[in-house]
Design a binder for this molecule. Structure first.
Ligand code: ATP
Ligand code: MG
Length: 870
């Protein structure tokens, strides 16, 4: 069975059991502060388990793009080393939300594996939760009895809390699980060691393929368990591992999910897979990481310096570095593999096709820049080795190289080993730990349990229509973050406050209590489906009726910027072409920022056209046409632009100003005329193929122009109130050039005179023509002068000193014949005399210079020169 068929067979099977097939959620998560990347199929359904949202369907099935490279699930270090963990993988899943439970989950899993896929029952093992004293939980008898009906007892294994009790995080929904493992070893090996003893023992051919989780508890902040109101099923099966079993392979990398990529790597790098373990690891790392990075970029997450972007950059760098060290790739090559990936997976994941050029460009640029880092790092490491006394290199120095320059520590260790040095790993690890502690201390957030007051589930956002609303608290909790101190998070039954999203910042404002007291709302954010209001204080009476009032001035300016962003997007597509796609957006009350794909600088003329276009649309006073409940497909058919990496529901909100149609949850002006005016303030690059425009609207434009006018006025005043400042500046520049030329001539004359003067001042000391003197020339002038004197005078020993910008300079010239006959050396002279000016230097035996920070020592240096000849 080809992988494509394996995938569709899974989905079709559960469809036949009344499940609705839904698309994969984006891999990069945008509205959950506790999770950066989707790491399991259930993430997008978390709210259903928590009871915050009512599920649309009681049974769902899908294949979910997952990434396990940070937080609770981090497999990065395993990837490549073994043959069955990936950074990015697909998780096939089926869910029941308060519908069927253990019986159906277990029976269907067995039916699918053994009857539909036809896996030999003899190679399957299943596990059951053995119970936990700590949590006062009994063994999962129910699951055990169900399994006993279909699996002989010798292939049922009991697992502890670590293996068989699934938890999403420190808090949240959880429950016992039953795993299904396969033993794909040869008959010979099976005869030697029974498979039973290898389950959960990290054997590459005895691996877990499917986890059936029975969610029935909620883990509270104090660690205790609470029974959930309903019971749910959450299963996850590793797609690549399933392919390995069904295609009769011993490694995920030998399935058709990976072979095309591996062949491309072999071709591009000229290596052969399957001959040498080190090469193989590198090939696997590259094949795996290419997928993770390409999918992220296609989902809109570019490599960067912080957060999710940094994680993606690190994954890509790990691939580059494995190529660099083990495949000897010194030029970018990973970007060349994107083509194969997009051909192979583009049908199931169309974003890979449409974003291909962008993905290639971004990866190539990252490769170039990291290869430069590696080159520089090698030089720096060379310096460190040179300065090392003994054979152990300081862990602190290695840490600096790692931390400041991004030079990989394993590469440092490898190079040192090759050169016969040791790395002080203990010291390195101490430094690393200290840094981790520092950053952990800066970001720790502890949240208490939600205090639930009301039971409203869907929170209606009323902020499109009003900026004030009567509200009641439905829940609140206290959070403690190192960064902001103690805060309260408040959730209301309805709210006019816009939660940060779609690039638009969260609203600020106040909550008015019945007693007329104002409580400040400092920010609003969405966490999954809850709209959370941040506040320093909690009202005395949490059950009171409040008035929630949004800061109107900020909101109005913000929405003008947001509507202007849509017009800008439209203008860019008109002026530059339809390859322009939104890649990032930030809108607040003082400006807007818009990132988009485009492969060259936007010219001044193009910018002006875009600006004119937007201002034209403002002048046309186009009324907002808002549709809050348009079927997704209908919106797209009407020309609305959907963004990759965004999660859209079945119906969407469409914002239309004339020809500009966007799917958008943000707040907007009622009429483009309300934007007043639009001005682009900057344009530049953010990454390969991504440009950024910053702009302002309304009053900010007025302020901008009055600042410009003031500046212009100041320039005029400086230019003696000339009518034509450009002409005045041109003539100043001309004058300046003429003066520079004249100075050059004067300086040359001065040097000529100086040469004559110095020649007259020469003394004879011990048969040598000697002069030590301070002159008023720069380093270049002194060198010219010394060489010219040397051409004229034989047997010359010259020490010239000068002082410039508070620094001292000594230059020593010795005729070549003296160097040979009298064993004199200018390098040694300046080194020796350098101590008077607190400096050092060197050069050649006949000419050398020393710089120092103590000009006061020049006299002494000059006085001591004569002694060298005496
Ligand atoms: P393992 O112990 O093998 O790391 P896990 O216990 O972390 O697996 P789950 O969190 O239960 O796995 O995930 C469900 C399924 O997803 C697993 O049964 C496995 O088939 C698959 N899976 C988990 N992690 C990975 C990974 N890094 N790469 C590929 N597949 C994975
Ligand atoms: Mg794992």
């Amino acid at each position: 069975m080809k992988s494509k068929e394996i995938r569709s067979t899974y989905l079709d099977f559960f469809k036949s059991k009344s499940h609705t097939i839904v698309p994969s959620a984006p891999m990069v998560i945008k509205d959950d502060p506790t999770l950066m990347f989707t790491n399991a199929g259930m993430n997008q359904f978390k709210e259903y388990f928590l009871g915050n949202t009512v599920p649309k369907y009681p049974r769902i099935t899908d294949t979910q793009k997952c990434l396990r490279v940070s937080g609770k699930h981090n497999d990065l270090e395993e990837v490549g080393m073994d043959t069955y963990h990936h950074t990015m993988f697909e998780m096939l899943g089926n869910w029941s939300f308060g519908d069927y439970f253990k019986k159906e989950a277990i029976e269907w899993a067995w039916e699918l594996l053994t009857q539909v896929y036809g896996i030999d029952k003899e190679i399957l093992y299943v596990s059951v939760f053995e119970g936990s004293e700590e949590d006062n939980l009994d063994m999962d008898h129910e699951a055990l009895e169900l399994w006993k009906k279909i699996v002989p007892e010798e292939r049922i294994i009991f697992g502890n809390k670590k293996d068989n009790f699934w938890e999403m995080g420190d808090q949240g929904p959880c429950g016992p699980s039953s795993e299904i493992h396969v033993d794909i070893r040869s008959a010979e090996e099976k005869a030697k060691i029974p498979g039973r003893s290898l389950v959960n023992a990290d054997h590459p051919q005895v691996v877990e393929i499917w986890n059936l989780v029975f969610i029935e508890f909620n883990r509270k902040a104090n660690g205790s368990l609470e029974k959930l109101p309903a019971q749910h099923v959450d299963t996850g099966m590793g797609f690549e591992r399933l392919c390995m079993v069904l295609q009769d392979k011993k490694s995920n990398y030998d399935t058709d999910v990976f072979t095309p990529l591996i062949q491309s790597i072999e071709k591009v790098t000229g290596t052969v897979y399957g001959k040498d373990e080190k090469t193989d690891i590198a090939v696997r790392v590259i094949a795996d990481h290419l997928r993770a990075v390409s999918f992220s970029i296609a989902d809109g997450q570019l490599p960067g310096n912080t957060g999710a972007g940094y994680v993606i950059r690190r994954i890509l760098r790990r691939a580059i570095r494995y190529g660099f060290t083990f495949l000897d790739t010194k030029e970018p090559f990973i970007y060349k593999l994107v083509d194969t990936l997009s051909t192979q997976m583009g049908e199931s994941f169309p974003e890979l096709k449409s974003q291909k050029t962008l993905v290639e460009n971004v990866i190539r640029e990252e490769e170039q820049s990291f290869l430069r880092t590696l080159d520089q790092g090698l030089v720096l490491l060379e310096n460190i080795i040179e300065k090392t006394e003994g054979k152990t290199v300081s862990g602190k120095k290695a840490f600096e190289l790692y931390d400041t320059f991004g030079f990989p520590i394993d590469l440092t260790a490898l190079i040192l080993r090759e050169r016969g040095y040791d790395l002080d790993e203990k010291e390195f690890n101490e430094e690393l730990q200290q840094q981790k502690n520092r950053s952990r201390a800066a970001s720790v957030v502890t949240a208490g349990d939600w205090q639930i007051l009301g039971n409203e589930k869907e929170i209606p956002f009323v902020g499109y229509d009003t900026l004030e609303a009567g509200v009641k608290l439905t829940r609140y909790r206290k959070v403690d973050s190192k960064k902001d101190g103690e805060l309260y998070q408040l959730v209301f039954d309805n709210t006019p406050f816009y939660p940060e999203g779609g690039g638009q910042v969260g609203d600020k404002g106040i909550l008015i209590t019945p007693a007329g007291e104002n409580i400040k709302i400092t920010d609003t954010k969405k966490e999954n489906n809850l709209i959370i209001h941040f506040s320093k204080n909690l009202p005395d009476d949490v059950n009171a009726n409040f008035m929630a009032v949004v800061d109107q001035s900020k909101r109005l300016r913000t929405q003008a910027n947001h509507s202007a962003t849509h017009l800008l997007h439209q203008g860019l597509r008109l002026v530059l072409g339809t390859h322009v796609e939104q890649k990032g957006s930030m809108v607040n009350h003082d400006h807007l920022r818009f990132d988009f794909s485009h492969f060259s600088k936007v010219s001044t003329e193009e910018l002006r056209q875009v600006e004119d276009f937007v201002n034209e649309k403002i002048k046309e006073q186009i009324a907002l046409d808002e549709n809050r409940d348009l079927p997704f497909q209908e919106a797209v058919d009407k020309g609305a632009i959907a963004l990759f990496g965004e999660k859209y529901g079945e119906t969407v909100r469409a914002i239309r100003f004339g020809e500009s149609i966007e799917l958008c949850g943000g707040t907007h002006v009622k009429n483009t005329g309300d934007i007043w005016h639009f001005k682009i303030t900057s344009e530049g690059a953010v990454a390969a193929g991504i440009r950024r425009i910053e702009a302002i609207t309304g009053e900010a434009v007025q302020k901008y122009f009055s600042t410009q006018e003031k500046l212009m006025q100041e320039i005029r005043t400086e230019l003696k109130n000339t009518k034509d400042p450009v002409k005045a500046i041109n003539s100043l520049q001309e004058e300046n050039n003429t003066l520079k030329k004249q100075i050059e001539i004067l300086l040359r004359d001065k040097a000529k005179n100086l040469k004559a003067d110095l020649q007259n001042e020469l003394e004879v000391v011990n048969g040598v023509k000697f002069l030590a003197k301070k002159v008023d020339l720069d380093a270049g002038g002194i060198k010219d002068l010394a060489f010219q004197l040397g051409d004229n005078v034989q047997n010359l020993f010259l020490l010239l000193a000068s002082e410039q910008d508070g620094k001292a300079l000594l230059s020593c010239y010795i005729s070549k014949e003296l160097v040979a006959e009298r064993d004199l050396n200018a390098g040694k002279v300046v080194k020796d005399l350098g101590r008077f000016i607190q400096g050092g230097g060197g050069g050649q035996p006949f000419f050398a210079t020393a710089g120092g920070k103590n000009p006061a020592g020049i006299e002494e240096a000059l006085e001591n020169a004569r002694a060298i000849l005496e």
